[in-house]
Design a protein. Sequence first.
Length: 484
Amino acid sequence: MVKLKNPDLLRDRCLVDGKWISAGNAKVIEVENPATGDVIATVPSLAATDVEQAVAAANTAFATWSKKSAKDRAAILRRWFELMVENADDLAALMTTEQGKPLAEARGEALYAASFVEWFSEEAKRVYGDTIPAPTTDKRIIIMKQPIGVCAAITPWNFPAAMITRKAAPALAAGCTMVVKPAEQTPLTALALGVLAEQAGIPAGVFQVVTGDARDVGGVLTASDTVRKLSFTGSTEVGRILMAQSAPTIKKLSLELGGNAPFIVFDDADLDAAVEGAIASKYRNAGQTCVCSNRLYVQAGAYDAFVEKLAAKVRDLSVGAGTQNDVLIGPLIDADAVAKVEEHITDAVEKGAKVVVGGQRHSLGGTFFEPTVLTGVTQAMKVAREETFGPVAPVFRFDTEDQVVAMANDTEFGLAAYFYTEDVRRTWRVVEALEYGMVGHNTGMISNEVAPFGGVKQSGLGREGSHYGIDEYLEVKYFCSAIA
Ligand code: ADP
């Protein structure tokens, strides 16, 4: 069991229309602690009719929530933000228990999640329109922005809190209402956000959390004509399915999908800074983020020195349950995640790569895996094509700038990319040539609430966070008035 300062945050029911409900047929989903394999709680496996009820409640609530002044919505969202900060330790405890990330990282996520609510509580008041000079003297042209309506969110397990607030905060700020379906592995954090939403005064139906079979719930949400917008974070594969399911109702979509981030180190880079950036971007959340560097490309002149420094640091990364002090790498989310990491390492080794550090399941057992560094990696290996989503750093060697840019872009993904160089001219050439939605230069950490997060190519559609983020929940209305 998870110990909380405020035990009220632990819920085993869903938040629908201001009530905490179980599934009519009493069906449940078990939630496991990935560090121990223990079942820590159950949540309802709602029936389609329960989800339909949530959509109907969101529709009813939209009528009043969207009519509130932006200032009023902002005040309520501000309170939600404050409650998240006040309860950050409990949110962290829930996250570590159901997701596995170390407590310090989980606390960091709680505050990161709250930062989106703070940011969009402020942006709520800045949804500006436009006036456009008409082509004739007898007309006036006004552009106004209005909330899209009822929105749905389907979110992943790797960031149980932040992936929800990054969608719900701009939606609610814009005047939309939202039904959230969290990942089945991490519903407890989502339900705790629901408790805090109620406490903040967010009215019934405005923010709802439904748990259940992903396909069934996703089916109801995408088929509904009432749901005007779907925001999804998860795999490209599921993103494609949801996009297809949304086609009959021409839903608006925001999709934050997979990545295959290149991390490029040129000969002229500050190698210590590059190693530090690589550790931060590769091993955060045990490598389970869509912006984690997946491929490390190091120029020939710096290759050996970089590998030596990286290997030394990776050997020092402590592995264990996220609740233990000083642990930096928690368990992977489940057995499938471990199998994928193993498959990528085996494939690379069979094709000639060398394991410099790690390479195996950790002696702790369960889903713990040794932080790993591979050298001699080539574009022919699986690690070059697929997102590993684990603590494995494959280090590729390259000779020229043109060559590495071509290798970095040789993927259907285009989420985040990183490069290290001290050369200003090269910096501009490389940032312009990389086909990615986000590029970090001399840093491995780029996410924050003020900047637009999102990908190009098959990494998705739309942007989250920043002043662009609220546009995803607004429609542009053109108003033309004839005055002659
Ligand atoms: P991951 O590989 O990170 O688990 P997924 O894309 O499988 O990513 O899952 C992300 C979210 O999508 C989760 O909430 C999951 O329950 C949901 N999901 C998975 N498959 C479907 C589906 N067919 N329809 C709707 N939602 C789905």
